[in-house]
Design a protein around this ligand. Structure first.
Ligand code: NDP
Length: 290
């Protein structure tokens, strides 16, 4: 069994980006610039945005954090989005989700200029990705593809079962896994909450991608010997013993499943760290296309 080490791989990607940025600066070019819009002060969102900003600083990007009050109107937020779209010194930006309930998330995401949509959530990018055209690929699926590619995991002709069909993970990864090219060419089945006999499907899979958000859902009896296991799930499970009061759990019962797997991503330290690295990669791509 080999661990698909997202921490190590994401550090390698960060170093590669850092070198590219340093070479850009040596040539007198402006470094990539990423902005993050955070509405309100939700704890988890603050943590995510904070680590995105720190990662930007590490690789030499410019970064801007735009913090807005939780009672901002939809109209005012749209005005900020228009300003960001028109800012020539900005290559990409993200709007941290979730947004307060009085704001229509879809309306906000649609207002983002697809050329600056480094999260890859805009329908233009999603459509381009599906058509195998140049596009910003959502960071989490992009990170999974990089892990598979860099560890030379064989996906060609394999049966891949994706559990989850969300727009940010399950659906895009199912499209990418079936596309032509490295880490693709798989035969993909997408499962969701209405799927019958899920165990039968996962037991027949060469590759299982778990993205549902139910801790330790995939158990050893649900996978075949030698399967590749990708665990996207991140759930905070209360734990009084832990100083933080919770533990981070994935969707896979790691200890027992790892014994049968050929490759497996741990949680934490698997897909999670790859997500931020790929956001940086998308921002670099945005800068290079300007
Ligand atoms: P969503 O809640 O949007 O989607 C969950 C999906 O799982 C849905 O398609 C749902 O089906 C399906 N599902 C729910 N219960 C079952 C079940 N019993 N059997 C089969 N399928 C089921 O979640 P996300 O895709 O946003 O996130 C999934 C997990 O990944 C979460 O733990 C999240 O925290 C984590 N995550 C991690 C990231 C990272 O960087 N590592 C990034 C993004 C997410 P249906 O469509 O029918 O409701």
């Amino acid at each position: 069994m080999e661990i698909l080490d997202g921490k190590k791989t994401s550090n390698e990607i960060r170093e590669e980006i850092k070198e590219t940025v340093s070479a850009m600066k040596d040539l007198g070019k402006r470094p990539p610039h990423l902005a993050a819009v955070l509405v309100g002060s939700d704890g988890a969102s603050l943590t995510y945005v904070g680590s995105k900003v720190r990662s930007c600083e590490y690789v030499g990007f410019d970064s801007t954090l735009i913090r807005l009050e939780s009672n901002i109107s939809e109209e005012e937020l749209l005005k900020h989005i228009q300003d960001l779209n028109q800012d020539d010194n900005l290559d990409g930006y993200i709007v941290q989700l979730p947004l307060p309930k009085h704001i229509n998330e879809e309306k906000i995401l649609l207002a983002i200029d697809p050329k600056k949509d480094v999260d890859g959530f805009h329908p233009t990018n999603f459509g381009r990705m599906s058509l195998e055209l140049n596009a910003f690929i959502p960071a989490t699926p992009f990170g999974i593809m990089q892990l598979l590619e860099r560890y030379k995991v064989s996906t060609n002709g394999k049966h891949c079962v994706v559990v989850g069909r969300s727009h940010i993970v399950g659906r895009p990864i199912s499209i990418l896994m079936s596309q032509k090219g490295p880490a693709g060419n798989a035969t993909v089945t997408v499962a969701h909450s209405q799927t019958e006999n899920l165990e039968k499907l996962t037991r027949s899979a060469d590759i299982v991608i778990m993205a549902l958000g139910i801790p330790e859902y995939l158990t050893a009896d649900m996978v075949k010997e030698g399967a590749v296991i990708i665990d996207v799930g991140i759930t905070r499970v209360p734990d009084k013993e832990h100083p933080k009061g919770y533990l981070i759990k994935g969707d896979v019962a790691y200890e027992e499943v790892a014994k049968k797997a050929s490759f497996i991503t741990p949680v934490p330290g698997g897909v999670g760290p790859m997500t931020i690295a790929m956001l940086l990669q998308n921002t670099l791509l945005a800068r290079q296309s300007n």
